[in-house]
Design a protein around this ligand. Structure first.
Ligand code: OAD
Length: 252
C-alpha cells in the first residue's frame, strides 16, 4: 500500500497551525531506550514504580538519582537522528511561510532542541536540568557524572538534588500544559510520532485536535490505541518517514 507521505507533505505545506507530539520512539534511533518496547525498553530492566515516583525518591534517593544521572549522561552522549532533524526542518518550512508550529515532547533527552527545533514544549521536563529539593533552584550540571548519590545541593547545606523530570503522580508544569492547550486551539494538522499514546495528557491530544476537525497523523512502526482513529497511520520508523515527508514538501 502506498504510504500517504505525499498527502501528509501537501497538508504540511498548507497548514497554519501544526502541532506535533513526540515520545521515546523518536529517540530510539539515537540509541536511547524507549520505556515500553519489549527487550530494549528501559523498564524491561527496571521496575518503574521503584524509580520514577516521588515515593521511590523519598525511599531510596541514591538509587533513583544514580539511575537518572545514568540516563542524563546517556542523553548527553546521544546524537539527534534523522527524525529529529527532519522535524526541525518541517518547523522551519512551516514557520517560514507564516504558519505556527508547536512540538510537544514527552521526552526528557533534549534532542529536539539539539537538532534545531525551536518551539519545543517539554511536557515531562528535562533530565539535563536538576533542582535543589530545599530551595527549588534549578541548574544544568556539567558533562561528568555526579560523584556522590544523592548529589548534594550547591544551594543549601544538607539538601540534595533531583532531576527536573515529571514523575508518576506529579503534575505536569503549568506552563507546558498551557502551551499545549493554546497550540491545540488553533491546530489544523496534528502529528503523533513515536509514542505509545498511553500516558495522559499527551495521549488525549490527538482526540482534541481531531475534535476540532484537524487531520491527524501517527508515525509508529507498531499499532497503538489511536492508530485506528487517525487520518493517516504510517507504520514506519520516524527516522525514515519524516525525511521522506520533508523530501516531498514544497521548498522555501
Ligand atoms: P513508550 O516506550 O511507551 O512508547 C514508545 C513508542 O515508540 C512505541 O509505541 C514504539 O512502537 C515506538 N517506536 C519505537 N521505535 C520507534 C521509531 N524508530 N520510530 C517511531 N516510533 C518508534 O514511550 P512514550 O510513549 O514516550 O513519562 O511514553 C510516554 C511516557 O511514559 C514517557 O514520557 C514517560 C513514561 O511514563 C514519564 O516518565 C512521566
Amino acid at each position: 500500500m502506498k504510504t500517504p507521505y505525499s498527502a501528509i507533505a501537501d497538508t504540511l505545506d498548507h497548514a497554519s497551525g501544526v502541532v506535533v507530539v513526540t515520545g521515546a520512539g523518536v529517540s530510539a534511533e539515537s540509541a536511547i531506550p524507549t520505556f515500553r518496547d519489549t527487550m530494549t525498553g528501559l523498564w524491561a530492566k527496571f521496575d518503574p514504580q521503584t524509580l520514577a515516583t516521588p515515593e521511590a525518591f523519598a525511599a531510596d534517593p541514591e538509587t533513583v538519582t544514580r539511575w537518572y544521572d545514568h540516563r542524563r549522561l546517556g542523553c548527553l552522549a546521544a546524537e539527534p537522528n534523522a527524525g529529529h532533524t527532519a522535524l526541525a526542518e518541517i518547523e522551519r518550512r512551516v514557520t517560514a511561510r507564516g504558519g505556527s508550529f508547536t512540538l510537544l515532547t514527552q521526552n526528557v533527552d533534549g534532542l529536539h532542541r539539539r537538532a534545531g527545533s525551536v518551539h519545543v514544549v517539554e511536557l515531562h521536563g528535562s533530565v539535563a536540568r536538576w533542582r535543589c529539593t530545599a530551595t527549588g533552584r534549578e541548574f544544568e550540571p556539567g558533562p561528568d557524572a555526579f560523584k556522590t548519590f544523592p548529589p548534594p545541593s550547591p544551594f543549601e547545606e544538607g539538601a540534595v538534588l533531583r532531576p527536573c523530570v515529571v514523575w508518576f503522580g506529579e503534575a505536569l508544569p503549568d506552563v507546558a500544559l498551557d502551551a499545549a492547550e493554546r497550540a491545540l486551539e488553533t491546530c489544523d494538522l496534528f502529528l503523533s510520532i513515536g509514542t505509545s499514546s498511553v500516558v495522559w495528557p499527551a495521549a488525549g491530544f490527538m482526540h482534541a485536535a481531531s475534535a476540532r476537525g484537524a487531520p491527524t497523523v501517527e508515525i509508529n512502526p507498531e499499532p497503538t490505541g489511536i492508530s485506528d482513529d487517525v487520518t493517516w497511520s504510517v507504520r514506519a520508523k520516524s527516522g525514515e518517514a519524516l525525511p521522506a515527508i520533508v523530501h516531498l514538501m514544497a521548498c522555501h
